[in-house]
Design a protein. Structure first.
Length: 215
């Protein structure tokens, strides 16, 4: 009864293979498909790759990143700050990684702090002054206005104290000369003749008649 082919329940190898093939074809629909998992070294990705839940994976490997008992990852260092180089509160507090208030409490005399002394004013460029001994030039050399200089030195040329400058006097003489050109006598000959002597006599009379009175 145990011979292959008898109806005692023994199945041949071929029949067994057919049965397995039939069962496989009937059950294809429930077979799980492979999951697409991420590649990061975190609890989510690694539990997906292992085919278990995240809670189960964290029980096995509690120090994995993403598990509640895992240490937090080290913070990424930030880029260095670009600070100015001046010796002021704003620049020096930036270099030291402090606020201006913190830096000024430790260094109150720094420029920019409220208690720091004001910086010295930048000296201005020297003035270009003339060299003549007049009110305009001398007041420029002494750093004064003309009025201030004339109050201290009233006899200086250019002040309004009645002193006339050399240039003004020359202009006045030239004006007077141009106004009086008409009375200038003509040139007479020097011979002892009637013509020369009468010319000389007439010139003297004209000069005496138009000679201006000097005060």
């Amino acid at each position: 009864p145990n011979t292959v082919g008898c109806s005692s329940g023994v199945i041949s190898v071929a029949d067994e293979a057919k049965e397995e093939s039939r069962e496989a074809s009937e059950q294809w629909w429930w077979r799980p498909r492979p999951r697409a998992c991420c590649r990061a070294m975190t609890a989510d990705c690694l539990s997906c790759s292992a085919g278990v839940s995240k809670a189960q994976y964290c029980r096995w490997y509690p120090n994995t990143v993403g598990c509640s008992s895992a240490p937090a990852p080290a913070p990424t260092p930030s880029a260095p700050r670009a600070c100015c180089r001046a010796f002021t509160a704003a620049c020096m507090s930036c270099v030291n990684g402090q606020t201006e208030e913190e830096y000024c409490r430790e260094n109150p005399n720094t420029v920019g702090c409220s208690s720091a002394p004001a910086p010295a004013p930048t000296p201005s460029a020297p003035r270009a002054c003339c060299r003549a001994f007049t009110a305009a030039c001398m007041s420029c050399v002494n750093g004064q206005t003309e009025e201030e200089y004339c109050r201290e030195n009233p006899n200086t040329v250019g002040c309004s104290s009645g002193v006339i400058s050399v240039a003004d006097e020359a202009k006045e003489e030239s004006r007077e000369a141009s106004e009086q050109w008409w009375w200038r006598p003509k040139a007479c000959c020097r011979a002892f003749t009637a013509a020369c002597m009468s010319c000389q006599a007439g010139r003297h009379r004209l000069r005496r008649a138009h000679q201006p009175v000097r005060r």
